[in-house]
Design a protein around this ligand. Sequence first.
Ligand code: PLP
Length: 396
Amino acid sequence: VKPRLPRGRQFFANPGPTNIPDSILQAVAHVTVDFNDPAFISVYDGCVAGLKRVLKTEQEVFLYTGSGHAAWEAALVNLFSPGDMLLVPETGYFSESWAKMAQDLGLRFRTIEADWRRGVDFGALRAALAADSGHEIKAICAVHNETATGMVLPLAELRAALDATGHPALLLADTISSLGSMDFRMDGWGVDIAVGGSQKGLMLPTGMSFTGVSAKAMEAHKTSTLPKSYFNWTNMLTRRHRSFVGTVPTSLFYGLRESIRLLEEEGLDEVFARHARLGEAVRRCVRHWSGNNGPTLFCLTPDRFSDSVTAVLMPEGHDADAVRRIALGTFNVSLGGGLGRLGGKVFRIGHLGDLNEPMILGTLASVEMALRLAGVPHAPGGVNAAIEYLAEAARA
Ligand code: PLP
């Protein structure tokens, strides 16, 4: 299939980074300001207050210049000491990566193994907590929304498992691909650390990440001995911004102010409902394609479907990256690839951030064309299933 010059708007259907609304692009294009100027400080303080409303927390938030990995690392080095034990419910590529980072930093971890298509069994998780009567496990590192598989890890259930066993472990939650697209309640779910990033549901450029930090986590920080400097919360608290030991990325804050304004103008519940609708449309389309031995939904647990990303499993013997190449080269639609052991086996459709029905329908139609051109078996007309669902949903 012949590639074409990209014309028209690219349909960016990667599960992060995401589309940046024009009003955020304009807000980010701000002249340089002194980050200690009172006018900027007031923008900054407003952003931190807004971020707390999005995280649904009244606790401390620390921000970092760096992508989500920076906030992952900040959480680990600020809380733990060499050799500390973490419990990691296996969700997929990102739970593995966070655990590997912990190991690189001198921590130990135990995994609650799980089938990536079905998700973690809470019975096994409760049993692991109950068996740890000496409380060797210092924390659970949980990826709320596994971006590699399109599956949610229900954090309220995780909190309930900790409470039921009376285990004192901290609950660390990665909200990188859920925050601002799917319901997340830091305080309501008793989350001690909420890790988030700028470039997904917040619709900002990549480059800033943050951690919500509970009072219990601040206590743990006081005795942590892992080496830390730039990320050290104690150092950050001495700064006017209570974050950023170095230069503050001011332009991202003008963007964040607009991001929070957009989210709150729509209303967080409406934002979540929109993503639920668009996610369901994608799933109905993929289910339709799966006829004729076509691609199928990777996630096999319907009550854990992610509303921000769908991983699509290719039929045996067909390469997901060939479909992605045609989608991008011929139709200018950018899809996510399979991560880790899912390389070539799945492609991912991101439906998070600034997105509406025409964007998702255009994406699905283009994927269907790419399937046809790549010679991948499928039942044609998946887009009609999405159209029917979205039209009825708009009537409601
Ligand atoms: N955690 C999750 C769930 C993610 O989806 C990602 C990135 O996609 C990361 C962590 C890593 O974040 P970053 O790429 O911003 O460093």
